[in-house]
Each structure stands twice: as C-alpha cells, then as structure tokens.
Design a protein around this ligand. Structure first.
Ligand SMILES: Cc1cc2nc3c(=O)[nH]c(=O)nc-3n(C[C@H](O)[C@H](O)[C@H](O)COP(=O)(O)OP(=O)(O)OC[C@H]3O[C@@H](n4cnc5c(N)ncnc54)[C@H](O)[C@@H]3O)c2cc1C
Length: 488
C-alpha cells in the first residue's frame, strides 16, 4: 500500500479567468467525499465551477482508496457502491466494462484500488463533460478566510483560491505519525519488516485485517499479535442476502439506547427465526441509522458511543468472506494471535527492535512484547480539535467552527452548513462526509455519503442557477502566486 500515489495530471487546469459566469465552489479535500461532491456538482448544474484541492493523494482516493494492495477489498458488495443514488448499478456497469469485472457479480467484493479508479473516472468524465469548470489543485489548504463576498482558501505555499463557497471534505481525524518512529500507522505499507519477526497490531478493526492481508501477501512468516481492549473482531459477510424490510414506523426513534439495542437484537432474533440472518436485520436497520442518531437525545448518543458503538461497528462493517477465510487460516495455524488487553505504550527494545507494553485484560501486571514492527490500527480518532489539521485548527481558533459536545465532529446544520462558535450557520462554508459526523453519525461509507452529497449538490445548483450576477471577483480565480505546475 502506498501513502502517496502520484498526483493525477489528467484533469486539465482551468484558465484562472475563464468561468466568471459560474458560481465557484472550492472543495477542500479530494478523497472519496470531495470527488463525489465535485462530480455531483458538475452533473447537477452547468452554472457551477469547482476547484478540488487535495494535498496528499490522487483525487478520489483518500485514505480508503489509495491502497495498491489488491487484497484490500471493499467491505461492501459491488451493487452498493454506485456514486449516484439515482443509478444504483452505475458502479457495477463500469466494473463489467473493464477487465477486472470479468467473473464479477453484483454480489462481489471488489478491490479498493479498483474502486479508487472508478471515483477518479467519475471526476475525469465530469471534467470531460464540463470543459473548464473543474480544476484540481494539488496542495494543502492551511486557512479559510472570509473575503466579505465569498471565501479565500490559503494554500501552504502562499497561493490563494477565491470562491463563492467552500466545502470541507477533509475526512476523518487521523492520528499523526509517531514522532519517535516506534509505531507505524494503519494506512502505511508493511515493507521492510523482518519476515520472521513478531508484528504487534494495536486494534482489531478493518485496518488490522488490511495489515494481516498485506503481511500475508508479503510472505511474512513471523508471529502476528493483535491487542485490543474488547477483543471484538469484524464479523464476516456470508453469501446471499434476504429481504428483511424494517418499516420506519417500527423504529424506536428517540427512545433510550437500551430500548434501541434491545429492538435491534430482537430484529436479529426474528430474522434468524424466519430462516434469515442477523446480517439481514443489521443491513435493514442501517438506512434508519442517521434518523436514529438525529432523534437520539444527547445523553443517549453519549451512551451509544460509550457502550454500543463497538458492537454496532463489528456487525455493521463486515469483512468479505475471502478476507475472513485468510484471517481464520492465520489463527488456525497459530501465526495470528488475538490478545485482549490495553496497549499502554511503545518503547525502544533491544537490538533495534520495538517493544509493546500491554496490560492483559483482567490483570494488573503489564507484559512486554518485543516486535519487529508495532502497527497502530486504532485508526480514526474522535476529537477533531485534538487531531486538527492547521485548516481545521484555524477555523476553530477563528470561531468559524465548533466541535460538538461529544467531540465526534464539527457541528453542522441538517443541510451541512458549518456552525460557528456562537451557533450561527455559515452561508459560505459547508462540511460533508465524516467531518459532519456529529450531526449524522452514519456518514462514513459511500452509500450514505453519496446521498448527502447529492442533496448538497442540488441545493448549491439551485443557488447557482438563482444567482443572477455571480461575483466577478471570485469567479474560478486562482491568485497569481499559484504556480501553473501545481494545477492538474
Ligand atoms: C480502510 C478503509 C476502508 C473502507 N472501505 C469501505 C467500503 O468498502 N465501502 C464503503 O462504503 N466505505 C468504505 N470506507 C469508508 C469510506 O469510503 C471513507 O470513510 C470515505 O472514503 C471518506 O472519504 P473522505 O474523502 O471524506 O475522507 P478521506 O479519505 O480521509 O479523504 C480526505 C482527503 O482530504 C485531504 N485533505 C485533508 N485536509 C486537507 C487540506 N487541508 N488541504 C488539502 N487536502 C486535504 C486528504 O489528503 C484526503 O485525501 C472505508 C474507509 C477506510 C478508511
């Protein structure tokens, strides 16, 4: 897996002054969310121009789809992964038209790098169809200012991008690299590890599975030890799905979390009793998840995060059967050992090794494991303030944004407008995808993100169409300091 794919240069640079007739939107963050946003905006209105700003990866990739390991599969079947809610089999048709699609069915689990290709293609197709209305700027945005009539995105190299509206699509809060170099991150590669050395993986979620698959592909022979507080592992998908509709009228919106979890367990039991599967129940609760979160009082949301989220995650984010089989084989062979306990810290060990200090579950004493590599797969972090990038830190410091009480995301309105320190929604800054988790919670996977993005795009398109005279000062304009080589 690479962390830094080559920048995509296929998206032609727009002429800085070309689209004065357009409403100019700068999308900050070119992962899956930002790419979907750009594609939907360009599809929905020919009066919108988009500048997509991405600092690290090729557009459309982000942390999920920048992997190059073909064993890193989507955890969602092909027929669930369309970019467009109004065209459910769009991704599947795209897939079938390519060599990778040979032998694939709607139920297949495709590699995530193939899905990244799909998203990149959506951008390229939009760019092709819309002429000069899409521009990709490669670089880090460090600040977002109000210009009085619009916004100004200030880039790390001093360039500025003026626009009518900014959309934060900057993704999850992720941990910074370990400054001591004792641990590597969940989305880094496994190269350079002694193939006979012990590897400690902290966390047992989906990125642990990725790392075990990559180690296996690399021919790793040494022990792999995972450590997690609860010892919960993602459940596997099984072949087939059964209809198990969950009517909104039967969902206990606003009820205490204990009632909601009991209801969910009852549904799973009912599914089994009808000869179906608990997975059918979970998959049919999922379309109601955002409404359940919205309806839950604050104390119940906090209770969910404290007690139920780990349970929900392992049932809801399932792994493909092929990945599950490989994990099972590694456990059966004794190579992979799951240990329940708390990872306390990493220390420098002897002879260049690292040492993981853990406290096994139910014990007071700590244990040390010497390791060739310690991989921190605890993944996505809560608290966007503690893990803020300069851009988000600046918005918080300026009072343009605030973190929700539960510290899961930036506060936004139901239509994704950023809420400032005093509780006022911004007219010019929106936040979508995982950044908006505080308001929607279940807004991290493509099936949810695409619906949010389509709705936001429709509102912006209506605004652009209604705007009789766009502001000439902000029309798709990049400052003179923007070096042409940085625009792709
Ligand atoms: C490992 C993994 C596997 C997943 N598998 C699936 C799956 O199978 N099915 C599914 O539906 N969902 C899956 N998801 C969930 C999902 O698709 C992601 O959560 C989604 O990709 C979120 O995309 P994003 O663009 O919001 O965030 P990110 O992927 O984090 O992208 C944000 C982008 O913004 C850029 N950025 C941030 N700040 C700045 C800045 N200041 N200036 C410039 N650029 C900036 C970053 O470089 C990054 O590229 C998976 C997620 C992960 C992590």
């Amino acid at each position: 897996m690479t962390m830094t794919d080559q920048p995509d240069t296929r998206h032609p640079a727009g002429d800085a002054e070309t689209r004065r007739d357009c409403f100019h939107v700068v999308v900050l963050g070119g992962g899956a969310t930002g790419a979907l946003m750009a594609a939907h905006l360009l599809r929905q209105s020919d009066r919108v121009a988009v500048t997509l700003v991405e600092g690290t990866y090729r557009p459309g990739r982000g942390i999920a789809y920048s992997t190059t390991d073909p064993d890193h599969l989507l955890n969602t079947r092909a027929d669930m992964m369309t970019a467009y809610p109004d065209d459910p089999l769009h991704f599947f048709r795209w897939l079938k038209a390519r060599p990778e699609g040979s032998g694939m069915t709607e139920q297949s689990f495709v590699s995530r790098c193939t899905y990244g290709d799909y998203l990149t293609d959506q951008l390229r197709d939009s760019a092709g169809a819309c002429g000069d209305r899409l521009r990709h700027v490669q670089g880090i945005c460090e600040r977002l200012d109000d210009s009085g009539r619009g916004v100004v995105a200030r880039m790390a190299d001093g360039a500025t991008i003026a626009a009518d509206l900014a959309i934060l699509a900057t993704g999850h809060a992720v941990p910074r690299p370990d400054p001591r170099g004792l641990t590597t991150g969940a989305w880094e590669g496994v190269d350079g590890i002694d193939p006979d050395g012990t590897v400690v993986i902290v966390g047992t979620g989906l990125s642990m599975v990725d790392q075990v698959l990559s180690l296996s592909r690399a021919g790793h022979r040494g022990q792999i030890v995972t450590v997690s507080r609860r010892g919960l592992l993602p459940r596997p998908h099984v072949p087939g799905r059964n209809p198990f509709p969950v009517d909104a009228a039967d969902v206990p919106f606003g009820a205490p979390m204990s009632v909601v979890t009991r209801w969910a367990r009852d549904l799973a039991r009912r599914a089994r009793a009808e000869g179906k599967n608990w997975r059918d129940a979970i998959d049919n609760i999922r379309p109601h998840a955002i409404a359940l979160w919205k309806a839950a009082p604050l104390a119940e949301r906090a209770r969910f995060l404290r007690h139920a989220v780990a349970w929900w995650d392992v049932h809801r984010h399932r792994i493909p059967p092929r990945s599950a089989a490989l994990i099972d084989r590694a456990v059966a062979s004794g190579q992979l050992i799951h240990r329940r306990g708390a990872f306390l810290r990493a220390e420098a060990g002897e002879a260049g090794s690292d040492r993981a200090i853990i406290r096994p579950h139910g014990q007071d004493a700590t244990t040390a494991i010497d390791a060739a590599r310690i991989i921190d797969c605890r993944g996505i972090r809560n608290d966007p303030e503690r893990h803020a990038t300069p851009l988000v830190a600046g918005l918080l410091a300026d009072g343009k944004a605030r973190v929700d009480v539960l510290r899961v995301g930036l506060e936004v309105t139901g239509d994704c407008h950023l809420i400032d320190r005093d509780g006022h929604p911004s007219d010019r800054i929106l936040a979508i995808g995982p950044v908006s988790r505080a308001a929607f919670w279940e807004i991290t996977a493509i099936p949810d993100i695409r619906v949010q993005v389509a709705a936001v795009a429709a509102r912006i398109a209506a605004r652009a169409d209604a705007q009789a005279a766009p502001n000439p000062e902000t029309a798709s304009k990049v400052s003179a300091s923007q070096a042409p080589a940085r625009q792709a």
